[in-house]
Design a protein around this ligand. Structure first.
Ligand code: PGA
Ligand code: ZN
Length: 399
C-alpha cells in the first residue's frame, strides 16, 4: 500500500514552478515524477492550476484518499482515487498537474515494488519489444518562440532508422545541420522552448532548409529520413476573421486544407499535426480524406488525449492519428484508454512531451509500454534528452 505522497514545486524547463510528487509504499517502494506544462495548450485540456494551488488542493483532497489505502501497483485504483478525490471531469479541483504527477509517481513506485522496469509494469509481459520512432523538433516558432516561423514545429522523422539509438542521433544531426545552414545563410538563430532553432525566416524557407538538412543526414546515416509538422492550427486560426493568419498572409479554411495537402505532396510529409483549428472536425476530415493514405494527420489540440473527443473524431473520419499527452487528461490510465481506443480504430498513437518539461522520463516508458509507433520529445536539451536517452537505455536493456 501507499504509505506517503509528498508534493512540492520544482523548476520546469522554462523556469516556471511545476508539481513534483514522491510516492513511497509500505514495502519500501518509491517513485518520483513531475508534471510538464504546455504553452500552446488546447482549449479542451484538463485544467492545470497554478503549481502551489495544485499542491495545496491535492494535499487536501487527494493525498488522504491514497495514503494507507491505494496500492501503488494497481494503477487503475490509484487513478480512480484521483478522479474521486477531484470530483470534476477536468481535474479543476486538484489540478491535472497534481493528478498527473501523482499518477506517474505511483506507477514508478508500483514498478519499484514489483522489481520491473516501468515500461514493463505499464505494458505487461508481452509488450515492450518495439521502439517508437522519435519525431524531433528542429525548427520552430508559433507560441514557442518570438519572431520565428508561423508553423510551430518542423519535425525530423527518421522512419528508416534500424534502431532507436540511430534514430535519436539522426535527429540530433538534422538539428546540427540546420544550425550550420542557418549560420551559412547569415541567419543564425536562437532556440525556442523545445530546443528547436527559432530563426526569423519564412515558413517557405524553413521547408527548404528542412528538405536540405534531411537529405544531407540521410546520405550520411544511410537510412530514410523524412519530415513532418505540428502546425498548431488553433493558434493560427482567428475566429473573427474565420481564417488562418500567417503574418500578412491569411488563408480561409478551404485554402488551409489546400495549402497543407500541397505541402504533403511537395515535401512528402509523413506527419501533420493540428493542421486545422481544434473545433473543426469537418475540415480535419476533409484533409484526412485527401492525404490520409499518405501521411499521418494527427490531432493534438483536437483530441487532447480525451476518449470522448477521439470517439467523435473516429465517427467523423477526422485525422488518423492522436497525440497522447498524459497531462492533457490527468492520469496514465486515461492516457492508456485513449491509446487503446486509437489502436482499435486504426488511429496511430504518438506519445508526446510538452513545451515546458522536466527531467521526468515517464513518457519514454509509456511509449514503449503502449507499442506507440512514434514519440515526439524534442531533439536536444536536457529535458528532451532525458526521454531520448531513456529510450536508448530501454532498448539496451540497461535499466
Ligand atoms: P505545448 O506544445 O506543449 O506548448 O502545448 C506542444 C504541441 O503543441 O504539441
Ligand atoms: Zn501540437
Amino acid at each position: 500500500r501507499i504509505e506517503s505522497v509528498r508534493l512540492r514545486t520544482v523548476l520546469d524547463s522554462r523556469g516556471n514552478p511545476t508539481v513534483e510528487a514522491d510516492v513511497h509504499t509500505e514495502s519500501g517502494g518509491h517513485g518520483r515524477a513531475a508534471a510538464p506544462s504546455g504553452a500552446s495548450t488546447g482549449e479542451y485540456e484538463a485544467i492545470e492550476l497554478p503549481a502551489e494551488e495544485a499542491v495545496a488542493a491535492a494535499r487536501e483532497h487527494a493525498v488522504p484518499r491514497l495514503e494507507g489505502r491505494a496500492f501503488a501497483a494497481d494503477q487503475r485504483e490509484v487513478d480512480q482515487a484521483l478522479h474521486a478525490a477531484d470530483g470534476t471531469d477536468d481535474f479543476s479541483t486538484i489540478g491535472a498537474n497534481s493528478a498527473v504527477a501523482i499518477s506517474m509517481a505511483a506507477a514508478k513506485a508500483g514498478a519499484d515494488v514489483l522489481g520491473a522496469p516501468l515500461y514493463q509494469h505499464l505494458g505487461g509481459a508481452f509488450r515492450g519489444r518495439n521502439y517508437p520512432v522519435p519525431l524531433g523538433n528542429v525548427i520552430g516558432g508559433g507560441e514557442h518562440a518570438a519572431d520565428a516561423t508561423h508553423i510551430q514545429e518542423f519535425l525530423a522523422a527518421p522512419v528508416g532508422a534500424p534502431n532507436v539509438r540511430d534514430a535519436v542521433f539522426a535527429n540530433a544531426a538534422v538539428h546540427e545541420t540546420v544550425g550550420e545552414l542557418l549560420t551559412e545563410r547569415g541567419t543564425p538563430a536562437a532556440k525556442g522552448d523545445e530546443g528547436a532553432w527559432a530563426p526569423s525566416i519564412s515558413d517557405a524557407e524553413a521547408f527548404e532548409l528542412m528538405a536540405e538538412a534531411v537529405d544531407e543526414v540521410e546520405d550520411a546515416f544511410g537510412f530514410d529520413i523524412e519530415f513532418g509538422l505540428d502546425v498548431a492550427g488553433a493558434e493560427l486560426y482567428d475566429a473573427d476573421e474565420d481564417a488562418y493568419v500567417y503574418g500578412d498572409t491569411t488563408r480561409s479554411t478551404e485554402e488551409q486544407v489546400e495549402y497543407i495537402a500541397d505541402l504533403v505532396e511537395e515535401y512528402g510529409l509523413v506527419y501533420v499535426e493540428d493542421p486545422l483549428d481544434e473545433d473543426d472536425y469537418e475540415a480535419f476530415a476533409e484533409l484526412t480524406d485527401r492525404v490520409g493514405d499518405r501521411t499521418l494527420v494527427c490531432g493534438d489540440d483536437l483530441f487532447v488525449t480525451n476518449t470522448n473527443r477521439l470517439q467523435e473524431g473516429i465517427e467523423r473520419g477526422a485525422a488518423n492519428s492522436i497525440l497522447v499527452k498524459p497531462n492533457q487528461i490527468g492520469t496514465l490510465s486515461d492516457a492508456f484508454d485513449a491509446i487503446e481506443l486509437a489502436v482499435e480504430s486504426s488511429y496511430t498513437p504518438v506519445v508526446s512531451h510538452r513545451s515546458g518539461e522536466t527531467e521526468d522520463a515517464t513518457i519514454a516508458h509509456l511509449a514503449v509500454a503502449a507499442d506507440a509507433p512514434f514519440i515526439k520529445t524534442g531533439t536536444v536539451g536536457g529535458e528532451r534528452t532525458a526521454k531520448l536517452n531513456e529510450l536508448i537505455r530501454i532498448a539496451d536493456e540497461a535499466l
